[in-house]
Write a protein that binds this ligand. Structure first.
Ligand code: ADP
Length: 268
């Protein structure tokens, strides 16, 4: 068999995308889709001339449509590919979720079919010219990651951001994730710690959620030579906002979460 023709198709499509960023996590439920949506919304809001998009390749559990408030939308085929769904003029979304007949459809696909879907997502979506493409992936390291890495590494992948909580088990899995990135040559942009502390909205007292592991993510990043990008607190209003698909950064501008996130965005 010759080389996969998809590699060239992806490379061509990605020529009009400046930064291509994978969002990874060792475990599910650590806030990867939440962070993906905050990052895309934050990048788009910071400059209206900037074009940002999210690609959701979490084939078995696509949650981006809900978090971005576009659940139930459909994508259309145009002459130059699939048209993504627009959340703002400069912010678009493409997700496997748009192709399922019901959000509860369970997808049980084998590797080759997933690979084909990811190739289509990376080569056939008509994003136009983009500054940032933020790619939400399933937890762990699976077929989806290998496919995405295989295609994107030939197309100028910027790198990966790894999400974790300070929980010991999550931190252990981050090590595996970093190891995977190094093995397949994915540049590591850094580690983000989520749900590190809870700031009481009434009395403003800060409580560590995993006190035994406070500072664990920073230490681990340092030890493994990966940049530590920042720490985000737990905020029940963010969970509600994700369920409702609203823009938390604009709706709750003074929350510790928004402040921490904006700091992370400017630092990075
Ligand atoms: P993953 O993509 O890693 O599986 P999600 O982004 O879907 O995780 O987040 C899992 C759940 O945790 C969601 O209900 C989300 O709203 C909530 N969540 C994520 N980050 C936070 C946070 N910092 N504060 C409060 N809830 C959060």
């Amino acid at each position: 068999r010759g080389p996969d023709p998809g590699i060239e198709l992806v490379r061509k499509r990605m020529e009009s995308v400046k930064y291509k960023i994978l969002i990874l996590s060792g475990k599910g439920g650590v806030g990867k889709s939440t962070f993906t949506s905050l990052l895309a919304r934050g990048l788009a809001a910071a400059d209206s001339d900037r074009n940002v998009a999210i690609l959701d390749i979490d084939i078995c559990g696509p949650s981006v449509p809900r978090v971005m408030g576009v659940l139930g939308e459909q994508v259309h085929q145009s002459g130059s590919g699939w048209s993504p769904v627009y959340v703002e003029d400069n912010l678009s979304v493409m997700s496997i979720g748009f192709l399922l007949s019901s959000p509860d459809d369970a997808i049980i696909w084998r590797g080759p079919k997933k690979n084909g879907m990811i190739r289509q997502f990376l080569s056939e979506v008509d994003w136009g010219v983009l500054d940032y493409l933020v790619i939400d992936t399933p937890p762990g390291t699976s077929d989806e990651h290998l496919s995405a890495a295989q295609y994107l590494l030939s197309a100028g992948l910027t790198g990966a951001i790894i999400l974790t909580t300070p929980h010991e088990v999550a931190l252990l899995d981050v090590r595996k994730e970093i190891d995977f990135c190094r093995k397949v040559n994915i540049p590591l942009l850094g580690v983000v710690e989520n749900m590190a502390a809870f700031v009481c909205p009434k009395c403003k007292t800060e409580t560590a959620i995993f006190p035994a592991n406070t500072g664990g993510a920073t230490k681990m990043a340092e030890e493994l030579g990966v940049p530590f990008l920042g720490s985000l607190p737990l905020d029940s209003r963010l969970a509600r906002s994700c369920d409702e698909g609203t823009n938390f950064l604009i709706d709750v501008p003074d929350s510790p979460m928004t402040v921490a996130f904006n700091k992370l965005l400017t630092d990075v």
